[in-house]
Design a protein around this ligand. Structure first.
Ligand code: 0O2
Length: 209
């Protein structure tokens, strides 16, 4: 099959999910409510990464779409850890897709130190040939978790997955430091949100003048 034809529905899924999740953030703003969503990004997995992952996991080409659940990937970044669980609850209450799996790498971090909450969804996407149920992965994490994961991802790329031991240990310590930062910020969440609310009110007043 032509690669562009294969990838097209997944590109559509990423675009639609980005609009919908960004829309959730906007709704909070319209209602002058603190949004649990800081920002949303998304991507279709590049062809080379799909081929590499399929090879690494020895995935049968016929099973590719079932086994590779993150061809379409969307990331929701939050300020605070408990915002992550609010977002998960909101996703569960939606009727436009079905959650098929949840992976809580926050209560059970990965060996690398990676923390994030992953939700695998089955998303009905309309194509010119009718409806297709496509799998997609939504990664939900804090700004601190995102900072760590982005840096670790770059190092993994640099060292082709074989990060030297000393750097690995530093990364594990950095992951703990990031988590401590999240915990400390959670303790003063209320104070921070009050300050942000006041700041927004001031900005709005300025606009009206
Ligand atoms: P990319 O470039 O982000 O697309 P696995 O067997 O762990 O490779 P699996 O079974 O598909 O993957 O599921 P998992 O672990 O729930 O989710 C995989 C995705 O989560 C990864 O995609 C990363 O985006 C992210 N992730 C998981 N573990 C780590 C980690 O230790 N460090 C970082 N930085 N990200 C991680 P890809 O395909 O690996 O990469």
């Amino acid at each position: 099959m032509n690669w562009d034809t294969f990838i097209a529905p997944y590109a559509q899924v990423v675009d639609e999910l980005k609009v919908k999740l960004k829309g959730m953030r906007q709704q909070f703003e319209y209602e002058r409510e603190q949004s649990p969503i800081e920002f949303v990004t998304g991507r279709v997995k590049p062809k080379s990464s799909i081929i590499e992952k399929a090879r690494r996991k020895a995935i049968n080409p016929e099973q590719l779409e079932q086994e590779l659940q993150d061809i379409a990937g969307v990331r929701v970044v939050c300020q605070f850890v408990d915002d992550i669980y609010s977002v998960v609850e909101m996703l569960k209450n939606r009727h436009d897709f079905k959650i098929v799996e949840e992976k809580d790498y926050i209560s059970e971090k990965k060996d690398s130190g990676y923390r994030s909450f992953h939700v695998i969804i089955e998303y009905p996407v309309e194509t010119i040939h009718g409806e297709k149920l496509a799998l997609a992965e939504i990664q939900i994490r804090t700004l601190a978790m995102n900072f760590w994961a982005t840096n670790e991802h770059s190092l993994n790329y640099k060292y082709a997955g074989k990060i030297p031991g000393e750097i690995k240990s530093r990364l594990k310590r950095a992951a703990e430091a990031a988590f401590q930062l999240d915990e400390e910020m959670s303790k003063i969440k209320h104070e921070i949100q009050e300050a942000q609310k006041a700041f927004r009110r001031k900005e709005e007043l300025k606009k009206q003048m």
